[in-house]
Ligand binder design. Structure first.
Ligand SMILES: *[C@@H]1O[C@H](CO)[C@@H](O)[C@H](O)[C@H]1NC(C)=O
Ligand SMILES: *[C@@H]1O[C@H](CO)[C@@H](O)[C@H](O)[C@H]1NC(C)=O
Ligand SMILES: *[C@@H]1O[C@H](CO)[C@@H](O)[C@H](O)[C@H]1NC(C)=O
Ligand SMILES: *[C@@H]1O[C@H](CO)[C@@H](O)[C@H](O)[C@H]1NC(C)=O
Ligand SMILES: *[C@@H]1O[C@H](CO)[C@@H](O)[C@H](O)[C@H]1NC(C)=O
Length: 495
């Protein structure tokens, strides 16, 4: 039976369709399966207005064994076009991917840099992109991957920022950190752990409450489903009903052949599960990037793509199967550019680097997810034992499901942060399923939640366009106003 996948991902990415093994109703993954799309989205390499630099970084910040002090080169990007000495540093705390891709998709920092005469810096997360502590052997085993975790990443940012400020003779400059998705979690945690280095954080779509049992486990998939239901009840019901039609095909002798034809696959399918993951990825990703304007983030898509998918489903003639409608809707996600001759559903290429999110999920980023019977996905639970066994099998590592809440908190966050901590904006768009694990209420005068009904996954971080709706302009205006206030306070205190 179809299991509710831990669709972990974060970033923007989420591609990790954790494929349940065909035989077991696995909740978790066998080796990761990537959509080839990510590569496409990256090609050609974006032309970004940054220079690249490589900082000699310490492998292990927390122990003093001889091998801990091994150095690796951490990549970071700089734009100093608007900067003058003493002005603020805007630092993006990189998440699970190539930093150039984040820079290309986070135009907000450069858009607002002139107003603040800010230096803009994007720092790559260790083990992603070019920042490989052990070169091409970095992914080899738990021995090397053991150095990949959020605390090491935060310490990397702290050391690098401190060094950069020294080199620029700008020790007195305020540092504002920015991050989206997992990068947003890092930005918020960085402000809490290193308040002497960052005077404020803007964390966009940061699901810091998606851990343990802080938010209901079904909230993520319920939110995806709500987006489709809001677009059209019929659309929601068609998708909800499509899974059993898919399942039924597996019982038919010619079922897979038929499915391969219907889904226009490049090669014959060996199992219905890859088709299910393919549909699943399309619906979840589209909910995440239900942006108000055309965008090419994970894939090129029109404005409000969920509504567009539902138009396709609702526009079908009576009598069409629910599965064929669901397929047509998903094709919008994979083929909006109209360039696809067939769909490479089963043999999607791995993308160098991204599969490491899977390692993080198997260590500290344990975000249990279930599908309730209210969602448009087949209902299912989360079996921690099974998940842990899979992690042991795939990575030779045991998850520590309570580590994040122990290290960074999250439970009763309002009471805890009300009298501790300051200067964090949590922005969330309710179209984004990750918003359900975000901070959605104001905690204090300077721990602020900005919530937009129509916003999607860190939409505020995208470059401004002439088609941006009023609510998005207003969101960014408020963010700028808050940053300005904090910077003014910083300079007032510094004197
Ligand atoms: C890593 O690169 C080196 C030098 O290019 C090569 O000799 C080695 O076989 C590579 N190792 C792996 C695991 O690919
Ligand atoms: C600062 O300068 C030192 C010495 O040249 C260099 O090793 C280091 O990489 C620089 N720091 C950054 C962040 O570039
Ligand atoms: C992609 O879209 C184009 C244009 O509509 C169409 O000709 C092509 O068949 C589509 N590809 C697939 C695999 O459906
Ligand atoms: C849906 O789930 C709820 C809570 O687990 C349960 O009480 C209810 O009976 C279920 N409804 C259906 C139609 O299965
Ligand atoms: C939080 O407070 C700010 C004003 O500082 C306000 O603009 C915002 O709407 C509030 N957020 C929520 C979720 O109420």
């Amino acid at each position: 039976m179809a299991a509710c996948k831990s669709f972990l991902l974060l970033l923007f990415t989420i591609f990790m369709a954790l494929k349940p093994a065909n035989s077991l109703p696995a909740v978790f993954p066998t080796p990761t399966h990537f959509q080839s799309l990510f590569k496409q989205a990256k090609n050609p390499k974006p032309n970004i207005p940054y220079s690249s630099h490589y900082f000699p970084q310490v492998l292990d910040h927390f122990t003093f064994q001889p091998k801990s002090s091994k150095i690796f080169y951490q990549k970071y990007l700089i734009n100093r076009h608007y900067w003058h000495q003493g002005a603020p540093l805007f630092v993006y705390t990189g998440n699970e991917g190539d930093i150039e891709w984040f820079a290309a998709n986070t135009g907000f920092l450069l858009d607002i840099a002139p107003k603040f005469q800010a230096l803009v810096v994007f720092v790559e997360h260790r083990f992603y992109g070019e920042s490989m502590p052990f070169g091409n052997e970095s992914y080899k085993s738990a021995e090397t991957l053991g150095y990949l975790n959020s605390q090491q990443a935060l310490a990397d940012f702290a050391v690098l920022i401190t060094s950069l400020k020294q080199n620029l003779s700008s020790e007195a400059s305020p540092v504002m950190v920015f991050g989206g998705s997992y990068g947003g979690m890092l930005a918020a945690w960085f402000r809490l752990k290193y308040p002497h280095i960052a005077m404020g954080a803007l964390a966009s779509s940061a699901p810091i409450l998606q851990f343990d049992d802080i938010v209901p486990w079904s909230s993520f998939y319920d939110a995806v489903s709500q987006d489709f239901k809001d677009a059209s009840l019929n659309c929601f019901e068609v998708i909800k009903g499509s899974w059993e039609e898919l399942e039924a095909l597996s019982a038919q002798r010619e079922g897979l052949a038929e499915l391969s034809r219907t889904f226009r696959t490049c090669k014959d399918l060996h199992s219905i599960y890859s088709a299910r993951d393919w549909l699943w990825t399309a619906f979840v990703s589209t909910a995440m990037v239900n942006y108000p304007t055309d965008a090419n983030f994970m894939m090129p898509l029109p404005a409000y793509p969920v509504q567009q998918m539902c138009k396709i489903i609702d526009g079908f003639p009576a009598g069409a199967t629910r599965l064929s409608r669901a397929f047509a809707a998903a094709s919008l996600y994979y083929n909006y550019s109209q360039a696809r001759k067939c769909f490479d559903i089963e043999h999607a290429a791995d993308v160098h680097g991204l599969h490491l999110w899977d390692w993080q999920v198997c260590t500290e980023m344990v975000m249990p997810m279930t599908c309730s019977n209210q969602s448009m996905f087949p209902s299912s639970g989360f079996d921690y034992q099974e998940f842990a066994e899979q992690c042991m099998k795939t990575h030779g590592v045991r998850p520590r499901p309570h580590w994040i809440t122990t290290e960074f908190g999250g439970k009763r966050i309002e009471q805890v942060l009300k009298r501790f901590g300051s200067n964090i904006v949590f922005s969330n768009g309710m179209q984004d399923p990750w918003s359900r694990g975000g901070v959605l209420k104001n905690i204090s005068a300077s721990i602020i939640a900005l919530v937009t009904e129509k916003g999607a996954h860190h939409v505020d971080f995208r470059s401004a366009t002439k088609d941006d709706p009023a609510w998005l302009k207003e969101l960014r205006r408020r963010e700028v106003e808050i940053i300005q206030r904090w910077i003014n306070e910083y300079y007032a205190d510094y004197r």
